[in-house]
Write a protein that binds this ligand. Sequence first.
Ligand code: URA
Ligand code: SF4
Length: 222
Amino acid sequence: MIDRAAEMEAVADQVLICQKCDLSKTRTKAVPGYGDINAEILLIGEGPGFHEDKQGLPFVGRSGDYLDKLLAMIGLNRKQVFITNVVKCRPPENRDPTPDEILACKPYLDTQEMMIDPMIIVTLGRFSMARYFPGGKITQIHGKPKFDERVAYYPLFHPAAVLRNPTLQETMAQDVMRIPQIIEEVKKRRAASENNGDSTPEQADSSELPKSGGSPTQLSMF
Ligand code: URA
Ligand code: SF4
């Protein structure tokens, strides 16, 4: 049995001292991610900004305040989800991360995604969107979930983009409000695939996976 908490700690420890790309030279603090490793929702942004780099925490600036408001609309706070980024160190002057930097940092995010095993992966902005929707255009695909057997991928606008363009606020709120329904749909699909007998022994042993410990009561309100 994998100790998921220990794996997540190990990722964070590695990120804090990582030198696999040049962003390590200009960062103040690396930002591994924050939240509940048993969360049903994994949110993936782009990379740390000015405040994130100072504090070592994701989404703590203006975009973070707005993200907190969006989560509150579905009865959640940031301790009940997991928030991270495609690159864990701040690109200087908040420039876009380069393909090389994203690739160097990818193993950390891959492990986090596997250990959390979320019901829904919410992408915030184009770099996390590109992981699951290569070539996708946010204006066309925002708010449209893509389901596979265990998870839904769900592209949203980046909170900073909505703050720059307030006409997107209503759309963003509507997209966020659909998250609980999408989680319910994923749960149904997981249950159906387990009933079909195609679950692995580890997945079938649900007594060892405290996945439902998050916030089922809030989520079922919708
Ligand atoms: N803060 C983050 O942590 N990530 C972003 O993508 C933007 C702000
Ligand atoms: Fe390492 Fe990622 Fe930071 Fe680059 S951005 S130094 S790969 S943790």
